[in-house]
Structure formats: C-alpha cells, structure tokens
Ligand binder design. Structure first.
Ligand SMILES: *Cc1c(COP(=O)(O)O)cnc(C)c1O
Length: 375
C-alpha cells in the first residue's frame, strides 16, 4: 500500500519481530482456549497491513479485521487467506466483491441485513450488537428480541456469528467497570439464547477487554499488538513495546540572535542567542501541528524542543543544549520523532498525551508519503 523508497528524508521503521512478540505475550495472558482476531484496519494502525498480516499468518493467525472493502481486497490481492471481517459499512454496490473475495461483512442492523439477504450473493456475515456504545448494531438492550432477529437471519444468510464492542474497557473506575460488566452481561445472555445455532465466531473483547476483563474466548486484538496503550494510564504486560519508530534528518543548522522569531505567525521569539535546526518533516507527513512549541524530538540521546509552528513539510527545533554539550550537529544527522535515542524514549502514546489525544491517532495519522521500512 505504501510507496517504495530508500530516501532518508522522513521514514518509519517497523520492527515486525516486536509485533509478533507483543502478540505472543498478549496471548499468553489469555486462557489457553482463547483465540485472537488481529485488527489490521487503517493499514495496521499505520504500520503497513500486508507485511504485518504475512508475519501474523506465519505465526498462526487466521482471523483478521479491517475497516472497509478496499483494505480487505488489498489483503486478498496480496495473498492473505483466512477470514477477513469488515467492521464497518460496505455500500451495496460492493456486495458482489464481498462475495467474490470471500470477505465477511458486519451487519449494521436489520435494514442492512435485509439488503444483504436480498442481494443474491451468499455473503459471509456477522451481526454487530449494540450493548451500550450506540455506534452500530442491533439493539442489545432487549436481549430476547435481539436473539430472535439473529435466529431469523441465521436462516436467510451465511451468518458466522455476532459481536459487540466495549467502549470503556480501558477504564478502572467503579462506574465504568460496572458499565463494561453490563455490556458483557447482555452479550453473554444473547450468546446463551443462540447457543443451539453453533456460531463459530462470537466475540466481544478488544485489546483492553481481553487483558482487563478476562479473555476466555475470541479477542479482537488491535492497539496492544502494536505495543501502544488503549489509554495513557494503562500498564501493559512486561515485554510489550512499541514496534514503530519515526525518523527524519537534520537538513540545516543555523544560529539566531536574541529577539529573532522562528516560523509562521512568529509564535516563538528567542530570549537569548540560540542554535536552531530544520527538519524535513511536517504536518503533511502527519506530524501534528498542535505539537508546535510543545513537542520535542530526540537527537543523539538528547531532547530538542520544537520551536515555532510545525510547517507543512518542515519544522524547526532548538539544538542549543546539544551544542552547549559539545555535540556536533550536521546535515544528514538522524533525528528520532518517535522511538529511542540513547537513554531517551518518546512513544506515540507520550506524543499523544502532550496534545490530548491517543496513540492510535498519531500512528494512523502518519501519512502515505512517509515510507515504511521493515526491520
Ligand atoms: C478498532 C476495533 C477493535 C480493536 O480495538 P483496540 O482498542 O485497538 O484493541 C476491536 N473491535 C472493533 C469493533 C474495532 O472497531
């Protein structure tokens, strides 16, 4: 899906072995009978879906989940087998492709199930059940009725099962723990009522659910497989670590005088003479503009703060401390935007935390023009 490039301008390095390690550690925390569906939507959270799926496949993963039909077809066209579940909407025009590519579609509700049933294609599908998120799915508050609808469509469709989605499984306060318990209770009740239908794929856990709310069955594993946290406050099992690093280089070094400003809007003004370096990565690469005057990058084990506004293709950093410590900084020197440098580590979760978002958004947001390299 990504451009092939050896250019050292701005690039991502993905440690596939770390992803497999994360997968194995996570799996070891579940019961022996538990299975895992790897969630590889949004190009495997920005890590590159084809490469990740191939590695997971070699490690025994046979179930995958994506967000849409283009992602699913891309995987099939790259030779990925097994089940591929689309978690979201597919327009009726594409129902024929769902069938031809042997892709499993989520049924958003009864109206959608009716469309699939009348399409003339024997499409594999699974019902979404809404147990409290209010996003998609059959209304799970009336468990009896919900089970009845599932039963009705099990006769009309190639129905492999159903699933629900937990919306606060990463929280550890009493109110949210109770909310999750109620979601699971509804799901369990529906599962009980449809037991005789022997569905092969019935599931309710995401990454957080699987580790914080017991993983006895099938877990849809996303963020933790990539070594990031569902919520910044979560503590992940030992050994799980981010697999993605984002690198760039120094393109220019300059000295500025006290009183001079840096960048668009003159949002930063030097209070003393300073050394500034420019880096060829900007918001068009997915580097968040709200990190302007807030974030930092790593060079030779030091933190170098971003000064001024992040531009479309470039940003400026303060390297005065490095120069003061006697470091020599030159064009082509490597800069770590996400990852490790010496004793310093800056994760996508840390970066997200600085600007009030989540690591998911940071890694998904690294744009297509940034090539992914696999270690
Ligand atoms: C994205 C998604 C997941 C994976 O969630 P993580 O928090 O990344 O583990 C699981 N299920 C559904 C329905 C999703 O949309």
């Amino acid at each position: 899906m990504y451009i092939e490039s050896n250019t050292k301008r701005s690039w991502v390095e993905v440690d596939i072995d770390q992803i497999i390690k994360n997968y194995n550690i996570y799996k070891s925390k579940l019961s022996d009978s538990a299975r895992i569906m790897a969630v590889v939507k949004a190009d495997a959270y920005g890590h590159g879906d084809v490469a990740i799926c191939r590695a997971l496949w070699q490690n025994g993963v046979k179930l995958f989940a994506v967000s849409n039909i283009d992602e699913a077809k891309c995987l099939r066209n790259s030779g990925i087998g097994g089940d591929i579940l689309i978690l979201g909407y597919t327009p009726p025009e594409d129902f024929e492709d769902l069938f031809n590519f042997n892709i499993t579609q989520t049924l958003l509700g009864e109206e959608y199930a009716e469309l699939v049933a009348n399409s003339g294609f024997n499409i594999k599908c699974q019902f979404a059940i809404d147990t409290g998120m209010n996003r998609i799915g059959l209304d799970g508050s009336d468990t009896e009725k919900c089970a009845e609808i599932i039963r009705k469509y099990s006769k009309k469709l190639h129905l492999d099962g159903f699933f629900t989605h937990l919306c606060v499984a990463d929280a550890d306060d009493a109110e949210n723990i109770e909310f999750t318990r109620l979601q699971i209770e509804k799901y369990d009740r529906i599962r009980e009522l449809t037991k005789d239908l022997h569905f092969p794929l019935v599931h309710c856990m995401n990454s957080a659910g699987g580790i914080f709310h017991g993983g006895e069955e099938l877990v849809r594993l996303g963020i933790v497989m990539y070594g990031l946290k569902p919520d910044f406050s979560n503590v992940l099992p030992d050994g799980i670590a981010p697999a993605l690093s984002w690198k760039s280089v120094i393109m220019m070094v300059k000295k500025i005088k006290a009183g001079e400003s840096v960048g668009y809007g003159r949002s930063f003004t030097a209070t003393k003479d300073m050394w500034i370096a420019t880096i060829p990565t900007g918001y068009a690469d997915g580097y968040r503009r709200d990190l302007s005057n807030k974030g930092y990058v790593l060079i030779k084990g030091y933190r170098a703060p971003i000064v001024g506004r992040v531009c479309m293709d470039q940003m400026m950093i303060d390297i005065s401390e490095l120069i003061a410590c006697g470091e020599v900084i030159e064009m082509g020197d490597e800069v770590t935007l996400i990852g490790k440098s010496g004793k310093e580590t800056l994760t996508a979760d840390d970066m997200a935390h600085m600007i009030g978002t989540i690591g998911y958004e940071i890694v998904c947001g690294i744009s297509k023009r940034v090539p992914r390299k696999y270690l």
